[in-house]
Design a protein around this ligand. Structure first.
Ligand code: ZN
Length: 477
């Protein structure tokens, strides 16, 4: 990377900042010669590995990981009518094997219901097999016609975690929806990314689902980014694919299902919510490098300082931290710039004055300095990392709250929505939804909002004045 090729644009110009940080911090290379397909740099991939390991750890408590094929035969893909309608314009088809036209065209999965459920029909036999909770982390393909953007709108989603569960009753599946939302809440808490959870309006639900719950975050430009969805599929797919179980009375019953997904948009959120004008800001648990040691070298005491830096690195590595000493022959300022861009949570400077004072100078990614006694360095570093993570969470939550307003008129909502999410009252009718979306120039994000801090009591619809309930409106990615 050419680090002196200008500087990162201010985050106030979010779109320019986002495009720039992806290459400056070595996350994605956008130069791959197919539209909508991007390349993970090793550093970006190291972040991805930690983020997805976090997700795996949460899922593995009561889910099992499996792996289904990328290719779905046309006859399976075409079985569920609503599902097809939802995806038919986005599917890539494999029609040839070598020079031979295939008897059965094969779809590149845009999502895997139609790959997984024919197998579930074979696997599920009796009530003893339920619940079944399986997930996979795979790439999926969608022929996006809108403007593509790395990690956000892709033709190859490289990191789609999709879970598919099977239950005996509708209510069991509903409980799984809540459990999945709770799991996603905990996942984003580890990323220090605040979320809004709500129920998508019916016209915006997953094709074939009874209902869809969604997890969104607010990006720096005030638009919302959907970063997770949980769908109650009812028995629609089980009837289509013949997934039944024998109940305790020996009768065949259709199962009820859920599915829920998270993609690399989680990493887009991680980058966008926390980053600043100097680069990435990463939570210590997810940062590929947690501590960088920068020796401050003066010629006279060069060996002594380098030896001290090496000893410190060894001690911190011994505590299980991800640490590196930057010994490059460049000035310290250039090193600071380099590691701040990559979001390293803590920098430790060690120079002659620190040696004489029996301390090291620690600087967190927000630029806050502290002198840590050399004798207590391991505990001091652990404390600083932990409090930095808490600070990140607080900063992000405060910022999100600043982006949420309430409005009791359409004019009010139209003004406030330019800067974030607007909480309004809506009667639930489609006519009012159309009126609101048109006059506010934004979308109804969801209802049934899972936030204790937001107004939940009934009020009057901002469009028609009838009784209504809380709904969120935003401009969306
Ligand atoms: Zn209304």
């Amino acid at each position: 990377m050419e680090e002196d090729a200008g500087t990162l644009p201010s985050k106030k110009d979010f779109s320019a900042w986002y495009n720039d940080i992806l290459w400056r911090a070595e996350i994605m290379d956008v130069r791959y010669p197919v539209k909508g397909l991007y390349v993970w740099y090793p550093f970006g991939f190291a972040i991805r590995k930690r983020v997805y390991q976090t997700l795996r750890d949460l899922l593995d408590v009561d889910h099992e990981e499996a792996l289904f094929p990328l290719l779905i035969p046309e006859h399976e893909f075409m079985k569920e009518a609503e599902h097809i309608k939802g995806f038919e314009n986005e599917v890539y088809w494999v029609t040839h094997g070598g020079r031979n036209e295939l008897d059965v065209p094969l779809a590149l999965r845009p999502t895997s219901e139609t790959a997984i459920y024919p197998m579930y029909a074979l696997w599920v036999r009796s009530h003893a097999d339920l619940p079944l909770k399986i997930y996979q982390i795979v790439n999926t393909f969608r022929y996006e016609t809108r403007h593509t953007r790395p990690l956000i709108r892709l033709r190859e989603i490289t990191s789609f975690k999709e879970a598919h569960t099977v239950h005996a009753t509708w209510e069991d599946a509903e409980r799984q929806v809540e459990a999945a939302l709770d799991l996603y809440r905990r996942f984003y808490d580890r990323l220090c990314v605040p979320v809004l959870i709500s129920r998508r309006p019916d016209w915006d639900k997953f094709p074939g689902a009874d209902y869809t719950m969604a997890v969104d975050t607010i990006m720096p430009d005030g638009k919302t980014l959907q970063i997770g969805t949980v769908h109650h599929l009812g028995d629609q797919f089980s009837k289509t694919f013949g997934i039944t179980y024998e109940d305790v009375n020996g009768e065949q019953q259709y199962v009820y299902q859920t599915c829920y997904g998270i993609s690399e948009r989680s990493i887009a959120a991680l980058i966008s919510v926390h980053g600043d004008d100097r680069g990435l800001v990463l939570p210590p648990d997810l940062a590929p490098l947690q501590v960088v040691i920068v020796p401050i070298i003066v010629a006279r005491r060069r060996d002594e300082v380098i030896r001290a830096a090496g000893d410190l690195e060894e001690e911190l590595l011994g505590c299980g931290l991800r640490v590196k000493t930057d010994l490059r022959e460049i000035r310290p300022g250039a090193k600071y710039y380099h590691w701040e861009m990559r979001g390293v949570p803590l920098r430790i400077e060690i120079g002659p004055r620190d040696l004489d004072g029996g301390v090291v100078t620690a600087v967190n990614r927000y630029g806050e300095h502290a002198a840590i006694s050399r004798d207590q360095v391991a505990a001091g570093v652990a404390d600083m990392l932990a409090s930095f993570r808490d600070q990140m969470r607080e900063v992000a939550e405060t910022r999100m709250k600043e982006h949420i307003r309430t409005a009791d008129s359409l004019a009010d909502a139209a003004e406030s929505v330019k800067d974030g999410v607007v909480a309004v009252c809506w009667c639930g009718s489609a006519e009012c939804a159309d009126a609101i979306e048109e006059q506010v120039d934004a979308s109804i994000l969801g209802t049934d909002v899972r936030s204790s801090e937001m107004m939940t009591s009934a009020g009057t619809c901002i469009s028609c004045g009838r009784t209504g309930a809380l709904a969120l409106i935003s401009r969306t990615y």
